[in-house]
Design a protein around this ligand. Structure first.
Ligand code: T4K
Length: 371
């Protein structure tokens, strides 16, 4: 019998004793931050693991998004999705940029490329799509539009750690991709994030921006911010990397168990991960459709009453929050697919240590409501 509540996620933590040698090294070196040895090692190790050329580590994904926009000098209007965590659009507001919301594709729940062109104005300078739940966007169509209109692309890849498509890492697309290493993510450094850069020059300018714009002791070349990852977090990242493949396999088993047990439940559909060559099983979103006998919110509450805490990522839509709802593009009429998804989605618990008996319990509860 289960004796504790189950949350949508539980951070992966390696054995504590494995972290002690890293701490001892920090204590010995007395280098705590500002691009120390663990920071450098983690950048190199992540490049190798993810199959990308250049990575700049950050204190979290939000500051990385804010900095990515600064690095590309994005201004004016940026086309983005309302179906995301609010940090996506907040990074635009922090740069004085106007978000322009465009509806999503009903299958991938990512920005719908067919709707992008109609939203482009003379003020548009970039597109900020999200690989929602780690499922890749239609990167080719988005790139074609960006090329035609001379727009930058910054992917919010907060959910897309380790995801690969047929050609390699999903993080290689666009001008920049931004990762989050928050506690709730597939790969975590407690707090953390990164920008995947296409070349060394871009990485250098981003490294300056995350260090106040400093070059050397006495020169400041840009109004940078403090976005640096500490040695403590970088050391955690190095240790997590040693365990990531096992953690991903455990997630894969949970994902497969849900799909198998829910496949015949009328009114419940699982978001496909067939587009990925290597999925990361970051989230397990289901859509509770009209043909299911109870609403998403009644199911949500029913599970909570059992001590199971799924999450309605992403409800409400970003466009419904007070600082966005006055925008013309925030009008519900423009965003029917995103509205429907936000009313139907429920992210079920998924994390490496989740026991399959809990998946059984959750799926039996969901199926029982439909019986
Ligand atoms: N772009 C996208 C698309 C994002 O999803 C995010 C973050 C960002 C950008 C920004 O990246 P960061 O600046 O965060 O690096 C969480 C996270 O705080 C946030 O990182 C994440 N997206 C978002 C989707 O989810 P909450 O409000 O759901 O977190 P919270 O505290 O309710 O945690 C959920 C569950 O996880 C808890 O019920 C229990 C468990 N948990 C959580 C934490 C923090 C633990 O067991 N231990 C923990 O330490 O926002």
């Amino acid at each position: 019998m289960r004796d504790k509540s189950i949350y949508v996620t539980q951070p992966y933590l390696p054995p504590l004793e494995e972290f002690i040698p890293y701490l001892e090294e920090i204590w010995e070196n007395k280098v705590l931050t500002n691009g120390g040895p663990f920071h450098q090692q983690l950048e190199a190790s992540l490049c190798e693991y993810l199959g990308v050329e250049h990575i700049a580590l950050f204190t979290n994904g939000t500051i990385a998004l804010v900095t990515a926009l600064q690095a590309l000098r994005v201004t004016g209007e940026v086309i983005t999705t309302p179906y995301s965590f609010v940090a996506t659009s907040h990074s635009l507001l922090w740069n004085g940029i106007k978000p322009v919301f465009v509806d999503i594709d009903p299958n991938t729940l990512n920005l719908d490329p067919e709707k992008i062109e109609a939203a482009i104005t003379p003020q548009t300078t970039a597109i900020m799509p999200v690989h929602c739940y780690g499922h890749p966007c239609d990167v080719e169509s988005i790139q074609r539009i960006a090329d035609n209109y001379n727009l930058k692309i910054i992917y919010d890849a907060a959910h897309a750690f380790g995801v690969e498509d047929a050609g390699g890492s999903t993080l290689r697309h666009g001008d920049l991709s931004v990762l989050s290493f928050h506690a709730t993510k597939v790969f975590n450094t407690f707090e953390g994030g990164a920008i995947v850069c296409p070349d060394a020059k871009t990485k250098t300018s981003i490294d300056r921006l995350k260090n106040f714009g400093h070059v050397g002791e006495t020169t400041v070349v840009a109004p940078g911010i403090n976005g640096k990852m500490s040695e403590f977090n970088a050391a955690l990242g190095l240790l997590q990397l040693k365990h990531i493949d096992k953690a991903l396999l455990q997630r894969k088993a949970v994902d497969a168990a849900y799909r198998e047990r829910l496949k015949n439940v009328k009114g419940i559909s699982c978001v496909s991960n067939e587009a990925e060559k290597t999925p990361n099983y970051a989230y397990f979103p289901i859509l509770v459709q009209d043909s299911y006998p109870i609403s998403r919110d009644v199911l949500y509450q029913g599970l909570k009453d059992q001590g199971i805490h799924p999450r309605r990522y992403f409800y409400p839509l970003i466009s419904e929050f007070p600082m966005y709802r006055g925008l013309k593009s925030a009008d519900k009429i423009n965003l029917p697919v995103a509205m429907a998804a936000s009313q139907q989605v429920l992210c079920l618990p998924i994390y490496p240590d989740l026991d399959i008996s809990v998946v059984d319990e959750i799926t039996q509860f969901i199926a029982a409501q439909a019986a």
